[in-house]
Design a protein around this ligand. Structure first.
Ligand SMILES: *[C@@H]1O[C@H](CO)[C@@H](O)[C@H](O)[C@H]1NC(C)=O
Length: 258
């Protein structure tokens, strides 16, 4: 019980002492998709002072300010990737429309009090903007027929995205972890700051081979599957299997005859 009382009195003292303006909380989502809109909020406690201005910055460049003394109190500056919707913005929030990849950055709100104190406080958070494509990754090199054990010469390339998607290969639903079968390539820059990833597969060809390539960004996934054909010439070069099958057949025939 005593501890509780001590705790509350400390808290009370703290509240009494902090007469300064402070930013209580800023909310900037860490991850948004290109084309979406977003609302940032900046919660502050004036502690009895009068609000002079609230300013918003992306990477230290101002794009929005709210000054209650001015008519109108709101003003937006143009920045690449920052389109402020003034109607949905206020002294405690700012609304951005149609995010682009250029919208990514550190967002900071800065709150200032009127004279005489001119206290100011600020808070900052980073927002990443991603773009995930609708299209599946492309697989090339599977069209031809492979001989058994011949190393595949196949690539999987993601659609344009940001950031570069992670790629992985599955053979008959099993993830390929054998390093010597995987060939990594540099990401390929595309239009509008988007990127494409490519991953090669050099696994030895097997019979009944279904391969799947999965492109992912976070929890988003796109995939494509293809079947690898092994050439019929291999039947002749793999006598063991033929003989076993032949024996199997003879057994069947004998069983039927008996
Ligand atoms: C796989 O991609 C690499 C890099 O782009 C390229 O050099 C190679 O020719 C490609 N292979 C196939 C089978 O397309």
């Amino acid at each position: 019980m005593k501890k509780v009382i001590v705790f509350w009195s400390i808290l009370f003292v703290n509240l009494e002492v902090s007469i300064c303006l402070r930013v209580v909380g800023i909310s900037v989502p860490p991850l948004k998709q290109r084309g979406e809109s977003v609302t940032f909020t900046c919660d502050y406690d004036l502690e009895g002072g009068k609000l002079y201005s609230v300013k918003w910055y992306r990477d230290n460049e101002e794009f929005y300010r709210y000054m209650p003394r001015l008519r109108p109190p709101q003003h937006a500056h143009k920045l690449d990737g920052v389109r402020v919707d003034l109607e949905k913005s206020s002294a405690r929030r700012v609304h951005l429309r149609e995010l682009t990849l250029k919208s990514r950055g550190s967002y900071r709100c800065e709150v200032s009090e009127e004279a005489p104190s001119f206290h100011s406080a600020q808070a900052e958070m980073f927002m990443e903007v991603y773009y995930f494509p609708r299209e599946s990754p492309r697989i090339v090199g599977h069209e031809r027929s492979y001989e058994l054990e011949e190393p595949l010469d196949i690539n999987c390339t993601s659609a344009k995205a940001f950031p570069a998607p992670d790629l992985q290969w599955l053979i008959n639903e099993e993830k390929v972890i054998e390093k010597s079968w995987l060939v990594t390539y540099d990401t390929i820059p595309a239009s509008q700051g988007l990127l494409m990833s490519t991953l090669g597969l050099r696994a030895p060809a097997r019979r009944h081979m279904k391969i799947r390539c999965i492109a992912s960004i976070g929890t988003h996934r796109r995939e494509r599957s293809v079947i690898i054909e092994t050439s019929s010439a291999n039947w002749r070069r793999a006598p063991n299997i033929n003989i076993i099958m032949l024996i199997g057949c003879i057994n069947k025939i004998l069983q039927i005859m008996m």
